[in-house]
Design a protein around this ligand. Structure first.
Ligand SMILES: *Cc1c(COP(=O)(O)O)cnc(C)c1O
Length: 265
């Protein structure tokens, strides 16, 4: 969790826009433009769609950034040869960036969503608020329960009052911490590998933001290529397990973690 207003100040003093990836918080918890962000990006694959069934993304431009105020953005403020010499900042003002995304980015790279995926993501977004309430309520209960478990050395979740990020969560995230967080196993690497294969309700997946609870041990999967110290710096040390808490019944979620942790003994 970041202090968005403080970072926006630094960015704007340096003449650069603040771009926030709000995938984890979603607009249900955090609206970065209200805090000074110029552009907000999302992986719609996660909570927005919410069901782990479609890949997509969003770029939201507040129209608040003046791309012509410096010579830092020549692709927008000088003639574009691939677009008949158009100067995007002259034609479109503060909308230069987002229109360049469409007219240049989409044209050159082609990231156009299939209609069925758009349908699934739009349908998912209708229940975003309801799902986030349940995701967060479940996650805070799981994090609290894990904090008291003897096999666990630490829990990093901004939704807990004991978290150093809780104050920022109050300011920016309605006091809630979302549903993705990490914890440390006293048993280290081997315990992490074993836990992931012992769960039954949780799915072993690198995705997040699904209605179903997901678990991964990053050190043996997504972050296995890193060196030891790099992995620790990336928050993926050998003892780290990441959860994305779903919207199942809280008792089922905790019962599954309980039996899986018991199997480590
Ligand atoms: C997954 C993720 C992405 C990438 O999104 P895809 O939809 O998988 O391409 C970007 N930012 C965050 C924070 C993510 O979790």
């Amino acid at each position: 969790m970041q202090d968005i207003e403080a970072i926006a100040d630094v960015a704007h003093k340096a003449g650069i826009p603040l771009i926030v990836d709000n995938t984890m918080a979603t607009p249900a918890l955090c609206q970065p433009i209200k805090h000074g962000a110029d552009i907000v990006v999302y992986s719609a694959t996660k909570f927005l769609g919410g069901h782990g069934n479609s890949i997509g993304g969003l770029i939201v431009d507040a129209g608040s950034f003046d791309w012509a105020a410096s010579d830092k953005f020549p692709a927008l403020s000088t003639p574009n040869a691939s677009y008949h010499g158009k100067i995007f900042t002259e034609s479109f003002g503060n909308l230069a960036f987002i229109l360049a995304c469409r007219t240049l980015g989409m044209r050159d790279i082609g990231p156009a969503m299939a209609p069925f995926n758009a349908f699934q993501i739009l349908t998912g977004m209708e229940t975003l608020i309801l799902r986030m309430d349940r995701h967060c309520a479940n996650a805070v209960q799981v994090a609290t329960w894990l904090s008291g478990h003897p096999a666990i050395s630490w829990v990093s979740y901004a939704g807990l009052r004991t978290s150093p990020y809780h104050e920022l969560a109050q300011k920016y995230m309605t006091g809630r911490g979302g549903s993705v967080f990490t914890f440390g196993l006293k048993g280290g690497y081997d315990a992490g590998v074993k836990l992931v294969s012992a769960v039954k309700l949780f799915s072993h997946l690198a995705n997040i933001g699904d209605t179903r609870s997901l678990i991964i041990h990053p050190r043996s999967t997504t972050h296995r290529q890193l060196g030891e110290s790099e992995a620790v710096e990336a928050g993926a040390g050998p003892d780290v397990v990441r959860l994305s808490i779903g919207i199942e019944h809280i008792e089922d979620i905790i019962a599954d973690l309980d039996q899986a942790l018991a199997s480590l003994e």
